[in-house]
Design a protein around this ligand. Structure first.
Ligand code: NAP
Length: 290
């Protein structure tokens, strides 16, 4: 054994604090990669693993978290809603969304947070220097990601948050999350709203690897000065992003939202500022291997 390996701290010891991501499927999750990069960069003796928890077993996972003293959990599909009703307390954001993506231990209490919306806004600021206050946004989709984005845009002072979804009833429910700024779009008014928007967000899986190609909206409708975020990050460039960039429109993928929601969770768990650059680099390296 050479000297350098004697000096190295073992990757996991009796002191190591455990965190995990729960979901099903979960093996593809980038959370362990992002979090372990952050623990390594900050020198914290913490680790993160992926735990496959089948649908219907979220309350068992929460009991496990309590019994095992797990320091923090990330929560992904299909458990975000079930966990919201199983934790001891919810932040106002998680309560409004009825969905939790991050559980923080506060003494004996498990507190459910939702960092997706804050992660989206942080990513938007990072990628585009975009401040949503006073701006008009269109969100395509009304699922979990869309709802977090709509809520965050409303809180951050967007003057209009228009939601377009193929199931109009879900668009109405999602738009309510933006308060007075929210409105649901009839199919006939989507084009006009997109053309008038400062920010367009794709929160549908249209364009995602494995979900079939295509555009969630006609890219030609987007104003030249608008900013577009496609929440998809695999592939790194969807057909929508390629078409917009071809026209010179500023367009970003969802990687920054992914990184910043994890960065927010990291800080909530550890109280330490997240090493965002290291997390971003780890996510890019993992995606490049796919
Ligand atoms: P979700 O809850 O299943 O919602 C999907 C939404 O997309 C629904 O509104 C659905 O409409 C709509 N949709 C699905 N297929 C469609 C199609 N073929 N044409 C038009 N609309 C369609 O999913 P989610 O968790 O919100 O995720 C949505 C996207 O965001 C995914 O691509 C996901 O990878 C991405 N995402 C990214 C991040 C990130 O950190 N970057 C985080 C979360 C999610 P109906 O209501 O009519 O079913």
């Amino acid at each position: 054994m050479d000297e350098s390996s004697v000096d190295e701290r073992p990757p996991v010891s009796g002191e190591t604090r455990l965190t995990a991501v729960i979901g099903d499927p979960v093996r593809h999750s980038l959370s362990p990669c992002l979090m372990n990069a952050a623990f390594a960069e900050t020198g914290l003796d913490w680790t993160c693993v992926a735990l496959e928890v089948p649908e219907g077993r979220a309350s068992g996972a929460l009991e496990g978290m309590r019994a095992l003293g797990i320091a923090g959990l990330s929560v992904t599909m299909p458990h975000k809603d079930a966990v919201a009703s199983g934790v001891d307390d919810l932040t106002p954001v998680a309560a409004a969304l009825g969905a939790v993506n991050c559980i923080v231990r506060d003494g004996e209490s498990l507190v459910g947070h939702n960092t997706d919306g804050a992660g989206f806004l942080d990513g938007l600021r990072h990628d585009a220097g975009f401040d949503v206050s006073g701006r008009r946004a269109v969100v395509l989709g009304a699922g979990g990601a869309a709802r977090a984005v709509v809520h965050a845009l409303g809180l951050a002072g967007a003057v209009e948050v228009a939601v377009a979804n193929r199931t109009i009833g879900r668009a109405v429910t999602a738009a309510d999350l933006a308060g007075a700024a929210g409105r649901a779009l009839e199919p006939s008014s989507v084009g006009e709203a997109v053309a008038a928007a400062d920010l367009v967000v794709n929160a549908t899986p249209v364009g995602m690897a494995g979900a079939g190609a295509g555009h969630p909206v006609d890219p030609g409708l987007v104003a030249a000065g608008a900013v577009v975020v496609d929440l998809i990050y695999h592939p790194a460039q969807t057909e929508l992003l390629a078409a917009l960039r071809g026209r010179g429109v500023e367009a970003h993928n969802g990687l920054s939202m992914l990184v910043f929601q994890a960065a927010n969770a990291f800080t909530l768990w550890t109280g330490v500022e997240a090493p965002v650059a290291a997390m971003d680099a780890a996510a890019r390296a993992a995606l490049a291997r796919r």
